[in-house]
Design a protein around this ligand. Sequence first.
Ligand SMILES: Nc1nc2c(c(=O)[nH]1)N[C@H]1C(S)=C(S)[C@@H](COP(=O)(O)O)O[C@H]1N2
Ligand SMILES: [Mo]
Length: 902
Amino acid sequence: MEIIHPNKSLLEEKDASSRIHWPPSPPATDNDPKESNIDHNSSGFDGISGDIDELDIKTSRRYPLPPPSRPDNGVLAEDLKTPDNHVVRDPRLIRLTGVHPFNVEAPLTDLFDEGFITTKDLHYVRNHGPVPRVEDSEMMDWEFTIEGMVDNPIKMTLEQLIKQYEQVTYPVTLVCAGNRRKEQNVVRKTKGFSWGAAGLSTALWTGVVIGDLLRAAMPKRGARYVCFEGADKLPNGYYGTSIKLNWAMDPNRGVMVAHKMNGEVLTPDHGKPLRIIIPGQIGGRSVKWLKRIIITKEPSDNWYHIYDNRVLPTMINPEMSADMPDTWKDERYAIYDLNTNSATCYPAHDERLTLPDVTGSYNIRGYAYAGGGKRVTRVEITFDKGKTWILADISYPEDEYRLAPDGEELFGGRLDMTWRESCFCWCFWNLEVSISQFQAADDIMVRAMDESMMVQPRDMYWSVLGMMNNPWFRVVIHKEGHALRFEHPTLPALMPGGWMERVKKAGGNLSNGFWGEKLSGEDEKIEEVEPAKEICMINKDVNRTITIDELRRHDGELEPWFVVGGQVYDGTKFLEGHPGGAPSIIGAAGQDVTDEFLAIHSENAKAMMVDYHIGSLDRASLDALANCGNDAVEGTEPREIFLQSKAWTKAILSAKKKVSADTKIFTFTLEHAEQLIGLPVGQHLMIRLRDPVTREAIIRAYTPISKGTDRGKLDVLIKIYHDTPERKGGRMTRALDSIPVGHFVDFKGPVGKFEYLGRGLCAISGQRRIVKRFIMVCAGSGITPIFQVLRAVMADPEDPTTCLVLDGNRAEEDILCKQELDQMVKGNERRCRLLYALSRPGPSWTGLTGRMGPALFEKEVGPRSSAGREELVLICGPAALEESVRDIFTGMGWKDDDLLFF
Ligand SMILES: Nc1nc2c(c(=O)[nH]1)N[C@H]1C(S)=C(S)[C@@H](COP(=O)(O)O)O[C@H]1N2
Ligand SMILES: [Mo]
């Protein structure tokens, strides 16, 4: 296929003197742009203005073409160990969600400096998962369908699309609905990751107007929506969404099925070989790697259509949103057209101006866009927090394409712009100001207005996904001696900096309508943040450097080595004594287990690590480890057993059932209906979630309610620790509770030193032991591991073991799994004595009352039997209960060996 190289030919034949320079040439200086000095910067925009009459209409082809892209980009080292190891990328892009999936924006100044058209190198990328791999040789055979409510379903290849339909080219700015989300995250954490102000880019797209295709398929009467589906398989299915059929059929809206970007084949990140482009709407609707176009009566029911790209009402917080499926499905909250927005690019963040000459001037510059094809009709700047405004100049490079002669061809498509009234692209604004204006002001704020007179608001509309953030963009001016320093609101990803974080840290309330500044009469309130206590886990006398290959050789039961925080530890001597059991050390062998180690170990445990420290990983090995992660690689074969001890596996949350005031059963769907959970009786599994903003892993161990031999689904009973006025709630349980049904979490396991093998046979840290009687002491959700063991004993009529269960709770309704417990014991009274004790019983309670203390244990348990090791006490509950049980039992002559704490 033909590839026309940008920047060639089209401009070459023109008389150089009449040529419009785009992008504007950078200031003629060798200085770092951040050090730019006033004189340099006033060079501005080489004569481009919003006034198209100035141009000589007879001279065509004066429109912007893509700037050169970098010829020598390749696959980056950090991508090698990910499924995207085939994708060429530019190292300047800032990763917003760790190494993978690839969600990136360019540094704002680099993006702006490229000018109107962004190269493929710096175009932002939003990938929900791995990039589908399509070889050049197979591209033309790529098939897609037009199906659903149509009289003439179509299946065609890219080759047919190119040969049989008219090709068009025009520029479109894509904007992620999350653009500028970091600002929302600083005010209050949303469920989205932190975009800066560069979550947008403009390219020349070539393809087929979608109306032509849809007409060929002949939509049936009653059809109202067009759904799109990509080839990227994600945890909740293929990526997909929908728009209205009526929009797709409207040539004014310019919806396109595109196969070229800036005159070249689409890059893998941007949808190679085929994608949708929807001008004026959020990027999320422009489905990449297009496989299916489905005409329907209702909006898409794809998970990503429902749980992404929405602005829910502002009072809905992350926790509440988890249990509101109808609110998520409410089409009124789905985002389609972009809202009006703007940002300042110069002065850049941390740009400094030294003041040799206070009479100089500075050209403030930035971008603006509006949605739904609307035009930005004014941009205003204020230096006094909105009391007075100054009009900025606007340039609309997009207009220059409209001047091309009818029938103009670009990149193998007709430049379909002459007749268009709509605006699909960003525009640039600039304002020449004197330095004295800067010196007199504390900040610069910008707002844009569109042709329907909608103007950007002063105040943020916070919402649970943090989308469509568009309040006035504020740059703070710091005066530092003979210099001015500028400060943007935020920096992208987790990069620290910006005035919002600074003001918040100083105790300012960012949503007080005054950018968090102290209002007169408000008390000075500065929050002191207590630094977390650091535990030393390094033996200072150890100075061995270890490579990843050495580490990988110690990945088994013999000499298991593992890595925490870049340091290598040898777990051999701890295989026996580890409270989590030998399997949890062997499971960690050969791996970096920093997140889970730190998440589930106490300060005491961390302090013990010094004894096992044997060296540190070298730099290259650290990088290699950081990039591979230990997530299960998606295989093609369905796996028989769900839990894996060395890799995290995903399961989808399919239901939540409230079983008491603060407890829920979370049900997860495994990878397939026949898949075995794979958890031995008495052992636990680990659940991992990621904080969507900080990307921090939150990991906890739980014992499920399901039998380890159950298939297809997994029930876990979890007590939710909500925020109360006195204390912050549990991080894990709040995060888990915020996850909507349909979302996934990661599991790993089994872990635990105890296992019940049946008929009285137990294994404790690998040592076998016969038990004739279990004494099971628990409280609240501590019932879960006890439940597993008790059920195993009761389910086997041949099991000679007897059990005494002492379950303490506040009120009767707090007793978890009471029905199931009673049911298990019914008819088995000879083998099991089940006692509930309530500290706050209701009037109708006839069982035991009061806290479980010495009197109860002396009466029900008594001294250790002389027969010795034939009884085992299993204990699970809050730390206070575990402590008092230990004291009381020790006092009655029980040995440490007889007490097992979960
Ligand atoms: N198939 C597929 N299409 C997709 C996505 C995706 O993850 N998969 N992300 C969407 C989102 S949210 C955005 S903002 C745009 C980003 O397009 P780009 O990566 O080409 O800039 O693609 C959209 N199309
Ligand atoms: Mo997006």
